[in-house]
Design a protein around this ligand. Structure first.
Ligand SMILES: *Cc1c(COP(=O)(O)O)cnc(C)c1O
Length: 443
């Protein structure tokens, strides 16, 4: 554990002079296509704080996009990864395997929903896990079509761009995209035309009808859905939607894939968000929170599905890197020991009432939603449901200037999302919310 004080502190203009200097080096040497939320450069991070090179300390409401769930320098992650680093950095699991990989697979079998026999394959990034879930589902079903949902996000590689709903910035100019991908409606309660209470039943009926009529259920290898849609705007599919789609998949021999890359590993107050509606996926993709910041991802699922791909058909040079596996074992140990599911629920208890109170005061807050430490507000133009991306950008900027790192998201760019590390202190949480409220008051 580093000794970083858990206190917000702004000592320079944002960005400060050292960050500005790095920013000009960056502009000269780093491709323009790689963007950043904030123009400050990190020096240290721990608990609920990211400190920049000028000594400013930001309250971290982003966790590096839902990655540092256990903090950015969690003791068990650092200890285990450092020990592994000293032993060996790499042998390639496909050349000479090692225990850490097997242990991570065992942990995944234990933690993911369902008590059927499970197996896993490990990779480096979320997109790679999703791609491999599709490969596995196709090998198992001997079918080709893949069904995804409006507002879904699954990555930036060619196949996962095709699976992703939003054009700008993820897809614009990068096509042609992989074929045999079909997109159907999702139960977005806040924007469902006949109201949130009808969204679950109506959206699932529409989605199923479209699959039957436009694709043919017998052609579908996989249905892939985020149990809480992340980049789409923290959309919790309205009650009943996920069970109906899960049932449809079962009835038609379709592999149901829960993409829990953002929502998994205690983020929503459960090990996996699909547990809230008792969903047992056939395959589950994980990444982000899995390894305390080290790059690791996984596909976990029913043994007979996972074993459908022939030997040598899955893998990759770095997949399940030993240092990343050690990090994952440290992260999982931390989640268990600190009961981070309970922490996530406590974060919701602190944040939701504050945000709901703000919604009553500021009519541009159209919706407050999310679970655990995956909470968002959707901003609209006063008295309408028209998206308000301008105010969203202004609020984010105001928070950044005051030392609170928030992220925006959503198909319409009008969602402020909160993804604090689950180890964040309650004073930081409250201080961050005070800054947010002041930003609304000043708008
Ligand atoms: C981030 C994310 C991905 C892609 O993960 P990368 O590690 O960025 O490739 C896929 N699915 C979901 C739900 C995500 O949030």
């Amino acid at each position: 554990m580093s000794t970083l004080p858990q206190e917000r502190r702004v000592v320079t203009a944002i960005p400060g002079p050292k960050s500005q200097e790095l920013q000009s080096r960056r502009t000269a040497s780093v491709a323009a296509g790689v963007g950043s939320v904030m123009p400050v450069f990190a020096a240290r991070a721990d608990g609920g704080i990211v400190e920049d090179v000028d000594g400013n300390r930001f309250i971290d409401f982003g966790s590096g996009i839902a990655v540092t769930t256990v903090g950015a320098s969690a003791e068990a992650v650092v200890r285990r990864a450092s020990a592994q680093l000293a032993d060996f950095t790499h042998t390639c699991f496909m050349v000479t395997p090692y225990e850490g990989y097997v242990e991570v697979a065992e942990q995944l079998a234990e933690l993911t929903p369902g008590d059927h026999a499970k197996k896993s394959a490990l990779f480096n990034s979320g997109a790679e896990a999703v791609e491999n879930a599709v490969k596995i589902a196709r090998a198992y079903t001997k079918r080709t079509a893949v069904v995804v949902f409006d507002h879904g996000y699954h990555g930036r590689t060619n196949l996962t761009m095709a699976l992703t709903s939003k054009n700008m910035p993820y897809k614009q100019g990068f096509g042609p995209f992989a074929p045999e991908v079909y997109r159907v409606p999702v139960a977005y309660g806040y924007r469902w035309p006949t109201g949130a209470e009808n969204a679950g039943a109506e959206a699932s009926a529409q989605a199923i009808d479209q699959i039957n009529k436009q694709v043919g259920a017998e052609n579908v290898a996989a249905i892939i859905i985020e149990p809480v849609l992340g980049e789409g705007g923290f959309i919790e599919p309205a009650k009943g939607f996920l069970p109906a789609i899960r049932q449809f998949a079962s009835d038609n021999g379709i592999v149901f894939v829960a993409d829990e890359i953002q929502s998994g590993f205690c983020r929503t107050g459960q090990w996996f968000a699909c547990e809230d509606e008792g969903i047992v996926p056939d395959l589950i993709t994980t990444a982000k929170g899995i390894a305390g910041g080290l790059p690791l991802s996984a596909v976990t699922g029913r043994a007979e599905i996972m074993d459908a791909a022939h030997s040598g058909g899955l893998g990759g040079t770095y997949g399940g890197n030993p240092v990343a596996c050690a990090g994952a074992l440290g992260a999982i140990e931390t989640m268990r020991e600190l009961d981070l599911n309970a922490k996530a629920k406590r974060i919701e208890e602190v944040m939701k009432p504050r945000l709901t109170a703000m919604q009553e005061k500021f009519d541009i807050i159209g919706d407050v939603r999310g679970r655990g430490a995956m909470i968002a507000i959707e901003l609209v133009k006063s008295g309408t449901k028209e998206p308000n991306p301008e105010a969203t950008a202004q609020i984010a900027k105001a928070c950044h200037t005051e030392g609170v790192l928030v992220l925006t998201t959503g198909t319409y760019g009008n969602v402020v999302r909160f993804l604090p590390p689950l180890v964040i202190g309650e004073e930081l949480l409250t201080d961050g919310l005070d800054v947010l409220e002041a930003a609304f008051a000043a708008l």
